[in-house]
Design a protein around this ligand. Structure first.
Ligand code: FMN
Length: 202
């Protein structure tokens, strides 16, 4: 089983963070979990006060899931994942704010999420970023372009309609599934296209 760092920054989309962590834990992977101060605030607004701190967010997972989740302090730039010598299989920041995108793009490691991303880039491990903003400014796009060139995989939380989602949960499963695909994690969160669709004759 793998060990994946999941950083949660203060953009909208906290449910995607929750589902990503739950999916990795359910699949038996170890999750190194970090949540920014602003993410905790956004979580309390989007999901309720009972999610409004890293420890509360952690407590919202089942006991089985919690056994797979290690919480690190957001300001603890000396935590395990802040060193390349601590082996991980990759990192995702979900959702990823434009502030955190900008910081990573200039190598700013002033908190444990940003430092963790810097480490994953220097070690050339998978870095998956789920940027949430609309519309993107030219500066956002420049930073994302730079990070893509540096090896990060940019997975915006954009749904697909060809899977014919019936609920918001279907849409979230598709996005989380794309995140896991980018990390190289096997899963069955969304139905895969097999080319044998009905109704269209070539
Ligand atoms: C409810 C709420 C929603 C937000 N949504 C976004 C967003 O979708 N994208 C974004 O870049 N920033 C968003 N922000 C602003 C970030 O939280 C802010 O830029 C913060 O400094 C990010 O810090 P962090 O990346 O260290 O978590 C939002 C803030 C709040 C309060």
């Amino acid at each position: 089983m793998g060990r994946y760092v999941v950083g949660v920054s203060g953009a909208s989309g906290m449910i995607l963070a929750h589902r990503t962590i739950a999916a990795l834990a359910d699949l038996g992977h170890q999750v190194e979990f970090l949540m920014s101060t602003q993410a905790a605030y956004t979580a309390s607004l989007e999901m309720g006060k009972e999610y409004g701190s890293p420890t509360k967010f952690l407590a919202s997972f089942s006991m089985e899931q919690q056994e797979k989740i290690q919480l690190h302090g957001f300001q603890d730039v000396g935590c395990a994942i802040a060193s390349g010598s601590y082996l991980t299989d990759g990192m995702v920041i979900v959702p990823c704010s434009m502030t955190t995108i900008a910081a990573i793009a200039v190598g700013l490691g002033d908190n444990a999420i940003r430092r963790g991303a810097d480490v994953v880039l220097k070690e050339r491990r998978p870095l998956v970023l789920v940027p949430r903003e609309a519309p993107f400014s030219t500066l956002h796009l420049e930073n994302l372009h730079k990070l893509s060139l540096l090896g990060a995989t940019i997975v915006p939380p954009i749904p697909a309609w060809y899977t014919q989602p019936k609920s918001l949960e279907d849409v979230e499963n598709f996005i989380v599934g794309k995140v896991l695909d980018a990390l190289g994690v096997k899963h069955a969160l969304y139905p895969r296209w097999n080319g044998r669709h009905k109704g269209h004759k070539a």
